[in-house]
Design a binder for this molecule. Structure first.
Ligand code: KG4
Ligand code: ZN
Length: 356
């Protein structure tokens, strides 16, 4: 059995996990920095780095202790080395590098975006990875940093077929919550407030869809844009006399209508791409995938012949189990990125995945 210790620090969660053979999560520790960033209405990179520095060693120690193993039982150390906030990534990378060198272990760099996709294959999901009717697979990754559709073929070849041309869907929710004075992060509070509202009361734009009112450029068929819905919200709030005037039903209905617009875009793009690429399964993952309206709307509309693989809630937000799980595939293939492994901020071109 190969035990991999995973480390994650790309944004505002310090996480460590031990995963056996790419599938069985033995521990999954996450220390959230939400409280530290909340007063600023978003993640402050230098503050994130400082918080990671405080948390990383205790979190990694806890991950080992919970598993009941020592570092001597670990086969390799996996670390998210991008994409993400560089000051934040460097804390996890330096820690992982030190642990790998000190214990003479292989060090494996993991792409955070692909790790989100891999989250559906942990635990019980692992068997699905080997099923013959999984590919082509389409992954809708929705988080604070990303909103993209990735196509994965049976031969592990992969490519991004659509992505946001401006804000990510999670960012659209976070910025809306900030504008409305609802706090940070936006996703959970928007979901809560929307529960009491009428999602049909106000119309917010569904940009780059057939319902946007403009003919859709074929090049943007699978791309996303959330800056329009954000601007529409700003004008809506102004027209009602400012955020402080939005209370009770006005607020609830605004938030419900806004959330509906974001979810409608995500679901309609995913459905269109599923049909266009004749996929056999659809993955929904990333922090925004915790949203019940999104999970259930997509579930209700996925055609019967397509497998719906939705990330378990515990693995939607940033965590290190997905990092350790994905790294096992590279480890098994003999990968050792070594201590010169570097961090990068932007999503590189995706051409293949290490699993499958
Ligand atoms: O994957 P994640 O933890 O971090 C990134 O890699 O970005 O995603 C964070 C995003 C935030 O934008 C947050 O507002 C959103 O996930 N989020 C949600 C919910 N919980 C968190 N969005 C919608 N509904 C939720 N319940
Ligand atoms: Zn993430």
């Amino acid at each position: 059995m190969d035990l991999i210790l995973g480390i994650e620090s790309s944004c505002d969660e310090t996480a460590a996990a031990v995963v056996a053979d790419g599938r069985q999560t033995l521990s999954n520790i996450v220390a959230s920095q939400i409280k530290a960033h909340a007063p600023y209405g978003g993640v402050v990179p230098e503050l994130a780095a400082r918080e990671h520095l405080k948390a990383i060693a205790p979190v990694a120690r806890q991950a080992l202790e919970k598993t009941g193993v020592g570092i001597g039982d670990i086969a390799a150390i996996a670390v998210t080395n991008g994409p993400g906030l560089i000051p934040a990534l460097l804390v996890g990378l330096n820690f992982a590098r030190g642990a790998a060198v000190a214990n003479k272990l292989p060090l494996i760099g993991v792409n955070h975006f692909l790790a989100h996709i891999y989250s559906v294959f942990l635990d019980d999901g692992f068997e699905i990875l080997r099923a013959s009717d999984v590919y082509p697979l389409l992954a809708l990754v929705v988080s604070g940093g990303h909103t993209a559709l990735t196509l994965v073929d049976a031969d592990r070849k992969a490519r991004i077929v659509g992505e946001t041309i401006d804000d990510a869907s999670g960012e659209a929710l976070d910025k809306a919550a900030k504008l409305l004075g609802l706090g940070y992060p936006g996703g959970p509070v928007i979901e809560r407030v929307a529960k009491n509202g009428d999602p049909k009361r106000y119309h917010f734009p569904r940009s780059l869809t057939a319902h946007s009112g403009k003919p859709l450029d074929e090049r943007n068929r699978f791309n996303f844009s959330f800056s329009g819905v954000k601007t529409a919200l700003l004008y809506h709030v102004k027209s009602l006399g400012g955020a402080e005037k939005l209370v009770d039903d006005l607020l609830n209905d605004t938030v419900a209508s806004y959330q509906q617009a974001v979810v409608d875009v995500l679901v309609s793009k995913a459905l269109d791409a599923m049909k266009f690429f004749s996929v056999k399964s659809i993955v929904l993952c990333g922090g925004v995938a915790q949203n019940t309206l999104l999970r259930e709307t997509l579930r209700a509309q996925v055609p019967g012949h397509v497998r719906y693989l939705v990330s378990p809630r515990a693995y939607c937000a940033d965590n290190a189990a997905m990092v350790a799980g994905l790294a096992w595939h590279a480890f098994r293939g003999g990968t050792n990125d070594g201590p010169l492994l570097d961090a990068y901020s932007r999503l590189p071109e995706i051409t293949e995945v290490p699993f499958g």
